[in-house]
Unconditional design. Structure first.
Length: 144
């Protein structure tokens, strides 16, 4: 299984530089779709439902204070399996051209983030986990 650092490095190897907001959303979608397509998580790190959309705190701690990143030195795309790399490629083909604010708006309309946020008002801080089960169930429902 990949680490979130390896996934971030793979995303940045294909699309760089990226604002950190967009990086977070792309990593989220990589996890979600890997759960659907492979039936297992892409990485172990937790994803939380923050005010501006899904965030992987482990990534945030490394890019905190940066608006854009070009590389991810703590990750290595070569550690990814073929199926992990294929997931990332497919996600970037679909979501990669969308700006970060559009990806954030998209996640705000989707059940996993909304359910994790519960009754929090828009813009309120929160850190509830977006579960793998919630992600897998919702995104599987989108598959025709």
């Amino acid at each position: 299984m990949a680490s979130v650092d390896d996934v971030a490095a793979a995303v940045l190897a294909r699309l760089r530089p990226l604002d950190t907001w967009k990086l977070q959303k792309l990593v989220y979608y990589c996890q979600a779709w890997h759960l659907v397509w492979e039936g297992e998580p892409l990485f172990q790190e937790e994803i939380e439902a923050w005010a501006n959309g899904p965030v992987v705190p482990a990534l945030y701690q490394k890019h905190k204070g940066q608006f854009r990143v070009s590389t991810w030195p703590s990750g290595d795309p070569d550690r990814l399996s073929e199926s992990e790399d294929s997931t990332i490629e497919a996600v970037l083909d679909h979501y990669g051209k969308m700006p970060g604010h559009v990806l954030a708006a998209l996640t705000h309309r989707e059940d996993p983030w909304r359910r994790a946020r519960g009754s929090l008002p828009p813009g309120a801080r929160g850190n509830a986990e977006i579960t793998w089960e919630s992600m897998a169930s919702y995104y599987l429902s989108l598959v025709p």
